[in-house]
Design a protein around this ligand. Structure first.
Ligand SMILES: Nc1ncnc2c1ncn2[C@@H]1O[C@H](COP(=O)(O)OP(=O)(O)OP(=O)(O)O)[C@@H](O)[C@H]1O
Length: 468
C-alpha cells in the first residue's frame, strides 16, 4: 500500500465497494473513532475496482490511518470485491489560501498560521480519547534486536520508574523503525501498572493544533491544566515543531512545568536534537538534557524475527527460508516489511496457496523489480562520491588518503547493505579489491555507526537518497 495520486479512471459504478467497506468498518470500530477517522474519508475507485485511492485531509491523519486502519481496509475491500484490490492513501488536495499568503499580523493569526492541514471541522471535533494510546503497541509485540536494544531498554526503564533517570528520553531514527511503537509501549506499560496515571500520547502536529484551538477558543487555562498536569507526555515526531514559534514557546512552558514536577517526557524525531532544523536552541538543549538514543534499521535476523512474529499474529505460518528471502529483499524499515507481509498473506489467501519463496517472489514482483532497478553499486558509488565531494573515479583508484578512503569504505558498506552483491563482487566493482578489504570496511563502518551519531545520520541520508 502506497501513497499516490487518484486513479485516472474513477468510476461511480464502483463506489458501492467503498461504501460497503465503510459500512463494515462502522460495525467494527467504536463510534467515536469511526466518526473521527473513517467518516471524513472519501475514496475513488478505478473502473475495474482493482484500485481504491482513499483521500485523507492531512499528513497526520494519513499516517494514523496508515498505521491503524489501512491493513483492515485493504482486507475488507478484497473480501467484499472477491478479487485483489490495491489500496492507496493520498493527501486530499488543499483548499483555501496557500501557504504563501502574506505574513500574519495578530498573535491569533500567527498561531492560526501554524495550524497543520486540518479541515475546519477538526477544530471543533470532540476531544480525543484520554491517553490516545493504541493498546496493541506494547513491549511484548516489539521484537528486540541490536538495532533497538538500547532504546528499548531505556524505554522499559522509564516505564518502570517514571520521573527518575532519562528524563526526557529522546528517541530518534528513520521512518518506520518503531519509534511510535516504543512510545505507546511505555504508556501502555505505565497504565497497566498504574491505571490512574495521566498519560498522553500526541503527534507534534496535533500539539500544534491544540495550541491553535486554545487560542481560538480562549481556553489557554484549560490547555495548560491539561498538559501541565500529566504524569507522562509522549510527543511524536517533534521535527514537526520546526518554524512554529508560538507552539515551541508553549511546548517549552509545558516541558519546564512537567520536569519541575518530575513528570516524564518522551520525544521522538527523525534526527538527533542538534540536527533538528528551525527549532529554538533552548528547546534543543532541553531535548538533549536527558538520554538520547537511536533506533537503527533492523538487521537481517531481526527482520526475519519480525516477519515470523507478525505472520503468527495473523494466524499464518511463514517458513524461515521465506522470511529470510523477504528480509533480504526488504531492508529499509519495519513498515515496509509489514507491507510486504500483507501482500504475501493476501496473495496466499487469494490463491489458496501455501507461503513459499516462489509465492513471495510473485507477490512482491513489483517491489523487487523497483529495488533491483534502483540500487546498483555504480549508483551507490556516484551518490557517495557526490555527497563527500570526491571524484567517482576515486572509488576504484588505489589512492589512500583518509578523505578518499573513508567515503570509499562507506560506499562499500552501503553496497553490502543495499544490494545482493557478494563481498568479492563488491571488491571487483571497487577497482578489483580483495573481499577481505570489503569485509573490513563493512565491519568498521557498521561498528562505528552504532557509536557515531554524525556518521549514522550521514548514512541515513545516503540510504534514503538511494532508495528514492
Ligand atoms: N521491533 C519491532 N517489532 C515489531 N514491530 C515493529 C518493530 N518496529 C516497528 N514495528 C512496527 O512497524 C510499524 C512502524 O513502526 P512505527 O510507526 O513505530 O515507526 P516510526 O519509527 O514511529 O515511524 P515514523 O517516523 O514514520 O512515524 C508499526 O506497525 C510497528 O508496530
Amino acid at each position: 500500500m502506497i501513497e499516490g495520486t487518484p486513479p485516472d479512471t474513477p468510476s461511480n459504478d464502483a463506489q458501492p465497494l467503498w461504501l460497503a467497506c465503510v459500512d463494515k468498518l462502522a460495525q467494527e470500530i467504536p463510534e467515536q473513532q469511526f466518526n473521527t477517522w473513517i467518516r471524513p474519508l472519501s475514496a475513488s475507485v478505478s473502473a475495474d475496482a482493482s484500485k481504491v485511492v482513499v483521500s485523507v485531509a492531512n499528513r497526520f491523519k494519513l499516517d494514523w490511518i496508515r498505521a491503524q486502519y489501512a491493513s483492515r481496509i485493504a482486507l475488507l475491500l478484497e473480501a467484499i470485491q472477491g478479487t485483489p484490490v490495491t489500496l492507496e492513501l493520498a493527501l486530499a488536495p488543499r483548499e483555501g489560501p496557500s501557504r504563501t499568503s502574506p505574513a500574519p499580523r495578530t498573535m491569533q493569526d500567527q498561531v492560526l498560521a501554524e495550524l497543520p492541514d486540518l479541515a475546519p471541522a477538526e477544530i471543533t471535533s470532540p476531544r480525543a480519547p484520554k491517553s490516545r494510546l493504541n493498546p496493541a503497541l506494547t513491549f511484548s509485540t516489539l521484537v528486540e534486536g541490536s538495532a533497538n536494544r538500547m532504546a528499548r531498554a531505556a524505554a522499559m526503564h522509564v516505564a518502570g520508574s517514571l520521573g527518575q533517570l532519562y528524563n526526557p528520553l529522546f528517541i530518534y531514527g528513520g521512518v518506520g523503525l518503531g519509534k511510535t511503537h516504543l512510545m505507546h509501549a511505555i504508556g501502555n506499560h505505565l497504565l497497566s501498572d498504574h491505571p490512574q496515571a495521566k498519560v498522553l500520547y500526541i503527534h507534534a502536529e496535533q500539539f500544534v493544533s491544540d495550541v491553535v484551538k486554545a487560542y481560538q477558543r480562549k481556553t489557554f487555562d484549560e490547555f495548560k491544566a491539561q498538559y501541565h498536569s500529566l504524569d507522562l507526555l509522549l510527543i511524536d515526531d517533534v521535527q514537526f515543531l520546526a518554524n512554529k514559534e508560538r507552539t515551541q514557546e508553549e511546548f517549552f512552558n509545558a516541558f519546564e512545568a512537567l520536569l519541575a514536577k518530575k513528570s516524564h517526557i518522551v520525544l521522538t524525531s527523525d534526527t538527533y536534537p542538534k540536527g533538528l532544523p528551525d527549532i529554538h536552541e533552548r528547546l534543543v538543549s532541553r531535548f538533549d538534557s536527558g538520554l538520547t538514543v537511536a533506533i537503527e534499521p533492523p538487521e537481517l535476523e531481526m527482520r526475519v524475527a519480525i516477519l515470523i512474529n507478525k505472520a503468527a499474529v495473523e494466524n499464518a505460518v511463514m517458513p524461515e527460508e521465506v522470511a529470510f528471502f523477504v528480509a533480504k529483499n526488504v531492508r529499509s524499515n519495519v513498515r515496509e516489511l509489514e507491507g510486504a507481509l500483507r501482500k504475501i498473506l493476501a496473495y496466499s489467501r487469494f490463491n489458496q496457496k501455501e507461503i513459499s519463496i516462489q509465492l513471495a517472489r510473485d507477490a512482491l514482483k513489483d517491489l523487487l523489480s523497483i529495488q533491483n532497478r534502483q540500487i546498483s553499486v555504480e549508483n551507490i558509488q556516484k551518490t557517495v562520491a557526490d555527497y563527500y565531494k570526491i571524484k567517482v573515479a576515486d572509488m576504484y583508484s588505489k589512492k589512500r588518503p583518509a578523505s578518499i578512503a573513508r567515503p570509499r569504505q562507506i560506499a562499500m558498506f552501503i553496497a553490502k547493505e543495499l544490494t545482493q552483491k557478494s563481498l568479492p563482487e563488491i571488491g571487483e566493482l571497487f577497482g578489483g579489491r580483495d573481499h577481505t578489504t570489503v569485509l573490513h570496511a563493512v565491519r568498521k563502518i557498521g561498528a562505528e555507526r552504532q557509536q557515531n551519531t554524525e556518521l549514522n545520520q550521514q548514512l541515513h541520508v545516503l540510504e534514503q537518497t538511494l532508495k528514492g
